[in-house]
Design a protein around this ligand. Structure first.
Ligand code: ADP
Ligand code: MG
Length: 632
């Protein structure tokens, strides 16, 4: 709730609307106690006094009635009728919508055709017809406005209900023995309630306008009772000699409806779960960069394909800073496969996404570091150049193949789009290329599969489509973020073979992210072990597997079950990684490490070279003399 209010307050227009509305409503509430003239007492000798005359702050109307008093009483009436009408419309409309959407079939058909009949008339004409039948009067205007707005609610709510009526949690509720009424009340209603509130908040303003419209035509409030519409209607006749009589109620209608609509939009934005997580802002096309200093060029990595130095990527959420990547450095040579291993949440994906500025900003910010692709600092390049590199020089294979493919386009079409983005070739040729790519990733019947939609393919095939898309423009580097995690072992083996084959035939380099040491040993030349946003050990795969130096690496390797060795129980690592917004001083792994001592908890522990090609971030590396010279 406080979060909701904070979101509204942050939206300036909504906050403005909210404040205006509260002021107007307060004024209406205290009207009976204000020292005002009776709104209906006429005094012909005082007729048409201009504003600011003695005793009449806003002047008087044609019958000498005090306009300020009539305005306040009139606003009360208009607000009450508008809100009451939208409550009635929301209640009946939502009821019809929920019942029709939940039961479906004939119930749905009958109810919605009735609603369609109501919608076939222009709504103000329908309201006029209803009032004509019921007779003029404020209550009848209220009914008319409520009735013509029922279809609006019914259609909206039915749409949402249909979307959730067949979801698994509803089936589960049904299987647990709940009756229809209880399912409607406890499963469906809470899910559609935000939509009802949103629809209401955006229609109250309309309803007030419509009520005013009917009163303006003389069909709503009857003399001498004032409401904003009838005051406007009465003032219209003296627009030229006493404009204030009509302008003032017009102004109040404007302020009232505008403030309700501004607030309504704000409520809609704050309640919409899709907008909530993004804090009402769309991520920028490139991660924000706020580097105070740039590390100098790394001479020793001059001929590397990719050189990452001291990369820091943080998430700034409210007042907290989540340090997801915290000083990561590595290089990838031409035709090399570097594995990036670590538990979930250790910052692997954020590292990978940072390379081409794909971390969503806000909240992501790159605060330090240098990312050089063949010597060019990517963090210095304009967005246009980065777009050319994305997908052509460096391509990604994302973890979840279903959410990376567009559900409404055929996979062939999506591949062609990826190809034509970077290569100016005719569509027919691009299609042939797309089919051959699908062939390359061993999708059987590639020609036919290209014309299918993502949902028609199995998970493994979708992942292979993702890989085909990454290969589309012969990239120099493929960043594969857990490409095999969701797949069964046979498909995993095929995909690993495919990546291996690519490296042999095309000389592609690969950054292979995984949490599985088994996979690392199959495809990676070197491996970097990540923990809490930092690399704790890096070196050739075989050496690290044979002889890990960091206790964390050792524990990770021990977690891998070995076939044929039933006695070798995988050993879980006790405890949890530290939260990214509260990283401890010293070694982040210390509280889970058997070998930790006081020195591990102090200061910054550097990544130091133990051999020419191995580095470890530990003051007591396994199997090596410690810094103090004591053998382990
Ligand atoms: P993994 O190693 O499993 O790929 P990630 O790189 O996805 O881990 O995440 C690293 C850390 O960054 C995690 O602690 C995660 O909570 C944090 N993180 C990721 N995205 C966001 C975000 N949008 N806002 C705040 N924290 C985030
Ligand atoms: Mg990840």
């Amino acid at each position: 709730m406080t979060n909701f209010i904070r979101l509204i307050a942050r939206n300036r227009l909504a906050a403005f609307g909210g404040i205006m509305l509260v002021l107007l409503v307060l004024l209406c509430l205290i009207t009976p106690w204000l020292p005002l003239d009776d709104p209906n007492i006429t005094s012909p000798e005082n007729r048409l006094k201009p504003p600011l005359s003695a005793g009449h702050l806003l002047g008087t109307d044609a019958l000498g009635r005090d306009i300020l008093s009539r305005l306040l009483w009139g606003t009360r009436v208009s607000l009450a009728v508008g809100i009451a009408a939208s409550l009635v419309a929301a209640f009946f409309g939502s009821l019809i919508g929920i019942v029709a959407g939940y039961f479906g079939g004939r119930t749905d058909n009958t109810m919605m055709r009735g609603i369609d009949m109501l919608m076939a008339f222009p709504y103000i004409l329908l309201a006029l017809a209803i009032v004509a039948v019921l007779g003029p009067g404020l209550m009848n205007a209220l009914y008319a406005i409520a009735i013509v707005n029922i279809p609006f609610f019914a259609r909206n709510i039915r749409g949402v209900t249909v979307g959730i009526a067949h979801r698994e949690f509803i089936d589960a509720a049904r299987l647990s023995g709940k009756g229809h009424i209880r399912i409607l009340a406890s499963e469906i209603l809470p899910n559609v309630l935000p939509v009802i509130v949103i629809t209401m908040s955006t229609t109250v303003g309309w309803m007030i306008l419509e009520t005013a419209g009917l009163s303006f035509l003389g069909l709503g409030a009857q003399p001498p009772q004032a409401d904003l519409g009838s005051m406007l209607g009465e003032g219209r006749r003296m627009m030229l000699n006493a404009p204030h009589v009509a302008v003032l109620p017009g102004l109040v209608i404007f302020l009232l409806v505008m403030s309700i609509n501004l607030l309504g939009d704000g409520i809609r934005d704050a309640l919409d779960p899709r907008l909530k997580s993004g804090a009402l802002s769309r991520p920028a096309p490139f991660t924000h960069i706020r580097r105070r200093q740039v590390p100098p060029e790394n001479g020793s990595a001059a001929n590397a394909l990719l050189d990452v130095q001291d990369l820091h990527t943080h998430f700034e959420v409210g007042r907290r800073t989540h340090r997801a990547v915290n000083g990561v450095s590595f290089t990838i040579r031409h035709n090399e496969c570097l594995g990036l291993v670590g538990e979930s949440g250790s910052g692997k994906s954020v590292t990978a996404l940072s390379l081409l500025g794909l971390v969503a900003s806000p909240p992501g910010v790159i605060t330090e570091g240098r990312i050089a692709l063949e010597g060019r600092d990517l963090l210095d390049l304009p967005h246009r150049s980065i777009r050319r590199i994305r997908g052509r020089n460096v391509a990604y294979v994302f973890q979840d193949p279903l959410s990376t493919l567009h559900p409404l386009f055929r996979v062939g079409h999506q591949l062609i789009e990826a190809i034509q983005q970077h290569q100016a070739i005719p569509r027919q040729e691009a299609r042939e290329l797309a089919v051959s790519l699908l062939d390359q990733v061993r999708i059987p019947n590639a020609e036919r599969r290209a014309d299918q939609y993502p949902h028609e393919l199995s998970g493994g095939m979708r992942q292979r489509v993702g890989i085909a898309m990454a290969l589309a423009n012969n990239p120099q580097l493929i960043v594969a973020d857990e490409p095999t995690t969701a797949l069964d072992v046979t498909v995993q083996a095929q995909i690993l073979a495919l990546i291996q084959n690519l490296r042999e035939t095309k000389g592609t380099s690969v950054l292979f992210i995984t949490h599985d040491f088994g996979v690392v040993s199959q495809v990676c030349d070197r491996v970097a072990v990540m923990y809490a946003g930092r690399i704790v050990e890096i070196g050739p795969t075989a050496d690290i597997l044979d002889d890990p130096r960091h206790p964390y690496t050792q524990r990770l390797i021990d977690c891998v079950p070995r076939l044929g060795e039933p006695n070798n129980e995988p050993a879980a690592i006790p405890g949890l990684p530290p939260a990214a917004d509260a990283l401890p001083e010293g070694c982040a792994f210390a509280d889970r490490c058997d070998l930790a001592e006081d020195a591990c908890l102090r200061g910054d522990i550097a990544l130091r070279a133990t051999d020419s090609d191995r580095q470890v971030r530990c003051i007591k590396p396994l199997g090596l003399p410690t810094r103090q010279g004591v053998m382990q």
